[in-house]
Ligand binder design. Structure first.
Ligand code: XBP
Ligand code: MG
Length: 255
């Protein structure tokens, strides 16, 4: 039986990567660097999960000698802190909307008493900036566990952040459904044993998403229905009843 939902953040709850890219570029300029990440370059850099790790990887390709110097880690921390502040300004106050169906499904699950968790590689302040307006300052109470990029575990595609979310929920992987947007996220959730629904964005549309339980353009909403009928549902949006039906199918397949 489906007992909990686990949500990725970037790309899944909202289409955040353009704001992340703008924030990285503004931070580079503020730090006096002439680095600029174009959309095409950023799409490739997204294969490296975590903003600090992404900066380190890029620095290592453009200036390996300095990237390996003793001051590099401190410099990355400083650039990333500037980036996080800019990102909060860009998405906070409801300036970036959640993707279709996200708010509706989270509210439905909350009202039904279905436990939820977050499993993301992003910085905690980014989650607060995104969720504080739609769900209020107490958004954290909607989730039994919020596992994020501050935790000292390997980042996606490693399964660790999903394993931490399962531990926080106190549930086995087969009792949950995860929501992801990227190949790295899908690999992480799948390696933790969690059936996963993917809703890719333009940044992740070319990722290998073949292991997903289901791939959809978004979760759909009465005001913004999915373009196609979805299996086991008469409406064109994902709700708890449809999720329970797909989840039962995975258990049946596995037996
Ligand atoms: C996606 C990421 C994040 C963001 C940047 O995370 O890789 O690192 O791009 O965020 P997810 P930070 O899809 O798991 O939410 O700069 O705060 O690391
Ligand atoms: Mg993501």
């Amino acid at each position: 039986m489906l007992q909990a939902l686990i949500f990725d953040v970037d790309g899944t709850l909202a289409d955040t990567e353009s704001a992340h890219r703008a924030a990285f570029n503004a931070a580079f300029a503020q730090a006096g660097l002439d680095w600029h990440w174009s959309e095409a370059l950023y799409t490739r850099l997204l294969q490296v999960t975590g903003g600090k790790e992404r900066i380190a990887q890029y620095w290592n390709t453009v200036d390996p000698a300095h990237a390996r110097s003793s001051s590099a880690a401190g410099m990355i921390e400083r650039i990333h802190a500037i980036k996080t502040g800019i990102y909060e300004e860009l998405v906070g106050g409801g300036r970036l909307a959640l993707r279709p169906g996200v708010e509706r499904l989270i509210r439905e699950a909350g009202e039904a008493g279905m436990p939820m968790a977050i499993a993301t590689t992003t910085t905690p302040a980014n989650i607060d900036a995104l969720l504080r307006t739609p769900f209020g300052a107490g958004w954290r109470s909607l989730f039994a566990a919020v596992c994020n990029g501050a935790s000292p575990v390997p980042k996606k595609p490693a399964p660790d952040i999903y394993v931490a979310a399962l531990r926080g929920l106190g549930l086995p992987a087969y009792a949950c459904i995860a929501f992801e947007d990227s190949g790295n996220g899908l690999r992480a959730a799948t390696a933790a044993g969690i059936p996963t629904i993917v809703t890719p964005t333009a940044y992740t549309a070319l990722d290998d998403l073949g292991d997903a339980l289901l791939a959809l353009p978004h979760l759909g909403d009465p005001a913004q229905p999915l373009p196609q009928r979805i299996p086991g549902a008469s409406q064109r949006w994902v709700d708890l009843a449809a999720l329970a039906c797909w989840h039962e199918g995975t258990l049946f397949d596995a037996s």
